[in-house]
Ligand binder design. Structure first.
Ligand code: FMN
Length: 349
């Protein structure tokens, strides 16, 4: 199959692949620009993006805003391709961070981990495209109905299935008991819903499938089911361009499917992660008392969680024992590679 380009409004990606945002610090300007240079869409993760700024501990909001500006600028210097930002709805100061990215003229914003109801208002009068992540047609319909009150439709929709890495938009028990529809079936149901809006409003809203996609054949199957493109994240981790420490990449290369766990994340959602020593210890024994709260999420009951998610993710991306999110089917990820190689293997060109 020859893959079509991916058009999102007036943006055209030569290759119908979006690199999924990976926080904390796994997809920053280096990875995003490399993917954009290969014709895909590169996504900078906005989660605690300022963790390397010298004043991050004292002043996380300022540090994050500064890093949003500098990572977008660096990505633009390295690539003329399409660069977006992933900002999680569940984060504290979400609106502030979206506005900052829009001020920097980011091409698009992708938001999940909750319903990104406020997005249309936040990008008003800009050219920034807005793309919700959904895990069902029901969630997609709720978002669209609410956005239509602002005369806005999504510019595309990411459908994330049960095999994705990081937070998952399903009930913990349903994942464990294998009660979730496949990504293909979810793609079909969201596509059917989207078609009704496309016909009513005479617009094109691409549907992008995400979660556990590893091969060209899987992409072809999803495109045949109605997807206009795919979003992949884990496959880009062991690349030289990925912004994480080499130890993080090695954890992916070494892990097999049995080394993955579905956990109840402090964010209040299930998540897929690699069974690191940190995770095993935290889940079995609880971890050291949390001394410093990074205020990354509203309503985090930090006295009653097994670990601080910010600390776990930051430690891991810096190469230490910590929390490593990953998609399913890790056995297929087994060597250091480059973004060019990942994309050309997927497209087989
Ligand atoms: C290390 C890691 C971190 C992630 N962080 C985020 C995030 O901050 N926000 C988000 O919406 N999705 C996040 N995701 C989900 C990805 O963007 C993507 O949709 C998903 O992982 C796709 O599945 P795959 O990794 O199997 O390709 C993360 C995934 C991984 C593997």
């Amino acid at each position: 199959m020859k893959f079509n380009e991916l058009k999102i409004g007036d943006l055209t990606a030569r290759v119908p692949i979006i690199q999924g945002g990976m926080g904390v610090g796994v997809s920053l300007s280096n990875l995003a620009s490399a993917v954009a240079n290969e014709g895909g869409i590169g996504i900078i993760s906005g989660v605690q993006i300022g963790f390397r700024e010298p004043d991050f501990l004292k002043n996380p909001i300022e540090a994050n805003l500064r890093a949003i500006r500098s990572e977008i600028k660096k990505a633009r210097e390295k690539s003329k391709g399409i660069i977006g930002m992933n900002l999680m709805t569940a984060m504290n100061n979400y609106e502030l961070y979206v506005k900052e990215a829009v001020k920097e003229k980011i091409d698009l914003i992708i938001s999940g981990a909750g319903l990104p109801i406020a997005l249309p208002k936040l990008v008003k009068d800009s050219t920034t495209k807005i793309i919700p992540i959904v895990s069902s047609a029901k969630a997609c319909r709720i978002i669209i109905k609410s956005w239509l009150k602002h005369d806005r439709l999504p510019d595309a929709v990411v459908v994330e299935g049960p095999l994705a890495g990081g937070h998952l938009g399903f009930k913990f028990e349903d994942i464990i008991e294998n009660k979730i529809k496949s990504l293909k079936d979810l793609t079909v149901e969201v596509k059917e819903l989207i078609k009704t809006y496309e016909e009513k409003y005479s617009v094109k809203i691409p549907v992008i499938s995400a979660g556990g996609i590893r091969t060209k054949e899987e992409i072809e199957e999803l495109i045949e089911a109605g997807a206009d493109g795919v979003q992949l994240a884990s496959a880009f981790v062991p690349t030289v361009e990925c912004d994480a420490h080499d130890n993080f990449k090695l954890a992916y290369i070494k892990a097999s499917d049995e080394d993955e766990l579905i956990i109840k994340s402090p964010v209040g959602m299930p998540a897929r992660a690699i069974k690191t020593d940190f995770l095993t210890r935290s889940l079995n024994e609880g971890c050291d008392p949390i001394k410093k709260c990074y205020k990354c999420m509203p309503n985090c009951d930090f006295n009653n969680i097994p670990y601080c998610i910010s600390v776990g993710l930051i430690n891991a991306v810096e190469g230490n024992d910590g929390l490593i999110f990953a998609g399913a089917n890790l056995k297929t990820i087994n060597k250091f590679t480059t973004v060019k190689e990942v994309i050309s293997n997927l497209l087989d060109d």
